[in-house]
Write a protein that binds this ligand. Structure first.
Ligand SMILES: *[C@@H]1O[C@H](CO)[C@@H](O)[C@H](O)[C@H]1NC(C)=O
Ligand SMILES: *[C@@H]1O[C@H](CO)[C@@H](O)[C@H](O)[C@H]1NC(C)=O
Ligand SMILES: *[C@@H]1O[C@H](CO)[C@@H](O)[C@H](O)[C@H]1NC(C)=O
Ligand SMILES: *[C@@H]1O[C@H](CO)[C@@H](O)[C@H](O)[C@H]1NC(C)=O
Ligand SMILES: *[C@@H]1O[C@H](CO)[C@@H](O)[C@H](O)[C@H]1NC(C)=O
Ligand SMILES: *[C@@H]1O[C@H](CO)[C@@H](O)[C@H](O)[C@H]1NC(C)=O
Ligand SMILES: *[C@@H]1O[C@H](CO)[C@@H](O)[C@H](O)[C@H]1NC(C)=O
Ligand SMILES: *[C@@H]1O[C@H](CO)[C@@H](O)[C@H](O)[C@H]1NC(C)=O
Ligand SMILES: *[C@@H]1O[C@H](CO)[C@@H](O)[C@H](O)[C@H]1NC(C)=O
Ligand SMILES: *[C@@H]1O[C@H](CO)[C@@H](O)[C@H](O)[C@H]1NC(C)=O
Ligand SMILES: *[C@@H]1O[C@H](CO)[C@@H](O)[C@H](O)[C@H]1NC(C)=O
Length: 358
């Protein structure tokens, strides 16, 4: 087979890239009745912590890890007395405060207070989530370089989020999307004057301190202002959707187990691959920014200047690919660090910008 055929074959074999399928942790269902804090203690002792959920794929994996159809605790609880913090709806997009994107007094007189959802006019403003307005969905680029879609049916924020998650990927999230050139172009064609984007704030926190923004509340049962139901559970007989309950109630629960281990030994790439395959699952692959940040945290503990990743260059195919996974969709190369050459593999800097070098 010539090279083009091989590449085609790889595409088919490995499927479309950029799906967040490579997971750095595993779920365990514990069929014992415990209060939320007892459950947390148990998970921290036997595994890593109570379960956290990054996106819908995680939710599906969590549900698939048990046959049970009742209620079970997950690692999310309400930080009573804590302030609400902003999140972007799209999993993996980190919220970074930037005052210059906000119109801090930008709420219109008729827009009700308090506002825990974000809308975009010229700038961002917080308005009440039950207002209804047009909204902007984000999708992967399909045609015409287009990733943002203006939906001109007024909905409240929750409905808008469900719509975007069903028909596209999510509400537009992150300043790159909502302050970027594509939005400016869109507004020139049709100015919505104001529209929902994927910005919301709440005071729910993950047990392990992660800032995962994914929420899967069952809006028929969940009430965010009920002050004494401050621990979150999944209702396995309602598609796994979430509600909250009093934390001292006893229920079964889900733990997660961290699968990312830093091996503090100096080895060649081949030796490292061999070691990880024999003793674990393999070297780590990185398919999104969130995973990059996670690996960065672990890499900081290395005494060597670089840590090996699962990425290698193939001379025959003339491309970089993850050994046990797929094509490269996410990348964080250093400017000078990318040399396409036979026998090259990739290391991440254990310090600094944690960039990749071949
Ligand atoms: C947990 O509690 C439920 C309801 O109280 C009960 O039906 C179930 O048998 C209990 N499970 C265990 C493992 O004790
Ligand atoms: C969970 O199980 C269902 C049905 O068996 C399957 O279609 C789905 O792909 C599984 N989800 C994951 C993330 O493995
Ligand atoms: C789901 O389970 C709960 C108890 O955990 C029960 O109250 C509820 O009726 C069940 N709902 C459905 C749709 O089966
Ligand atoms: C909550 O916000 C207020 C005002 O911005 C601040 O003074 C306070 O320290 C914050 N509390 C916490 C727990 O972060
Ligand atoms: C905040 O946004 C402005 C313009 O949108 C940008 O110039 C500035 O660099 C940003 N600040 C930070 C800290 O990201
Ligand atoms: C949004 O609208 C739906 C359907 O009308 C309603 O059930 C839900 O409570 C509303 N949500 C908010 C936050 O207003
Ligand atoms: C998409 O963007 C690329 C680079 O910015 C440009 O070369 C191309 O012509 C654009 N395609 C369309 C259909 O606008
Ligand atoms: C939510 O709970 C609060 C406090 O218990 C109550 O005032 C409010 O009416 C409830 N909201 C709904 C929609 O049930
Ligand atoms: C807490 O929950 C109980 C029911 O379990 C209810 O009677 C009580 O009013 C709630 N307290 C507050 C402050 O909401
Ligand atoms: C780094 O190593 C220290 C000491 O061994 C340990 O306490 C810490 O948890 C490690 N950090 C990470 C992110 O693994
Ligand atoms: C690995 O090699 C580096 C130098 O490249 C050295 O500083 C470090 O101590 C070594 N680490 C171990 C665990 O041998």
């Amino acid at each position: 087979m010539d090279k083009m055929h091989w590449i085609l074959f790889l595409h088919i074999l490995m499927g479309q890239c950029c799906f967040f399928t490579c997971r750095l942790y595993e779920y365990h269902f514990i069929a014992e009745n415990k209060s939320w804090s007892e459950a947390q203690r148990y998970c921290r002792e036997k595994y890593t912590d109570l379960a956290k959920v990054f996106d819908m794929t995680d939710m599906s994996r969590l549900r698939n890890s048990t046959q049970n159809q009742g209620e079970a605790w997950i690692g999310l609880n309400h930080n009573t007395g804590g302030n609400r913090t902003w999140h972007w709806s799209l999993p993996g997009v980190e919220y970074i405060q930037n005052d210059s994107s906000w119109n801090l007094n930008g709420r219109q007189n008729w827009e009700p207070y308090p506002g825990n959802c974000g809308r975009k006019r010229d700038k961002l403003a917080d308005v009440s989530c039950d207002s209804t307005m047009w909204f902007i969905c984000y999708d992967e680029m399909k045609k015409d370089n287009k990733t943002l879609y203006l939906i001109t049916t007024p909905m409240n924020w929750t409905q808008a989020q469900s719509y975007c998650r069903y028909h596209h990927i999510d509400l537009a999230s992150g300043l790159d999307q909502v302050d970027g050139g594509e939005l400016t172009m869109m507004k020139k064609k049709r100015d919505p004057s104001r529209a929902w984007i994927g910005l919301f704030r709440d005071s729910w926190r993950w047990s392990d301190g992660s800032d995962f923004s994914f929420r899967y509340w069952d809006m028929q049962l969940f009430n965010d202002t009920q002050s004494n139901k401050t621990c979150a559970m999944t209702l396995l007989n309602r598609s796994g959707k979430w509600s909250s309950d009093e934390c001292d109630k006893e229920k079964p629960f889900f733990c997660y187990d961290d699968k990312l281990i830093l091996i503090k030994e100096n080895k060649t790439w081949e030796e490292a691959l061999d070691y990880c395959r024999k003793s674990h699952r393999g070297l780590v692959s990185i398919t999104n920014d969130y995973q990059q940040r996670w690996v960065e945290e672990r890499a900081k503990n290395a005494s060597s200047p670089f840590v090996w990743l699962d990425l290698r260059y193939s001379c025959t195919l003339d491309l970089w690919f993850w050994i046990n996974d797929k094509l490269v969709c996410y990348e964080k190369w250093s400017k000078e660090g990318k040399t396409e050459d036979c026998g090259r593999a990739v290391g991440m800097q254990s310090g600094g910008q944690h960039e990749w070098f071949s």
